[in-house]
Design a protein around this ligand. Sequence first.
Ligand code: 5GP
Ligand code: ZN
Length: 111
Amino acid sequence: MCIFCKIVNHEIPSSVVYEDDDVLAFLDISQVTKGHTLVIPKKHYANFMECDPEVMKHVMEVAQKLAKQIMDATHANGMNILSNVNEVAGQSVPHFHIHLIPRYREDDACV
Ligand code: 5GP
Ligand code: ZN
């Protein structure tokens, strides 16, 4: 079972910021910037392209709402919203996820 499936099953603890029947959002363990959040379908899909379109719709709706809330909560100046596909593009966990990475004028993040 992949590490994010274990997080979904609460076998691995995480800082949950949103949860419903099909979608989970939690803080990335390695915060590129303050508030860096991952949004995932609870069902395992290997990557963005593999995700069922109906599930994708729901994931993106949640991601959009959370993006607004995180911007408000962190007072970030901007945000990177992205999904890496395959190792060559930086994907390290083979369970589809959207990164929400708040950006601050003075941050020196490499995204
Ligand atoms: P990727 O590199 O696949 O685009 O993103 C995977 C992300 O998952 C990385 O930013 C990494 O820090 C995060 N991550 C890996 N393992 C864990 C974990 O056990 N808990 C949490 N919260 N994040 C994790
Ligand atoms: Zn998985």
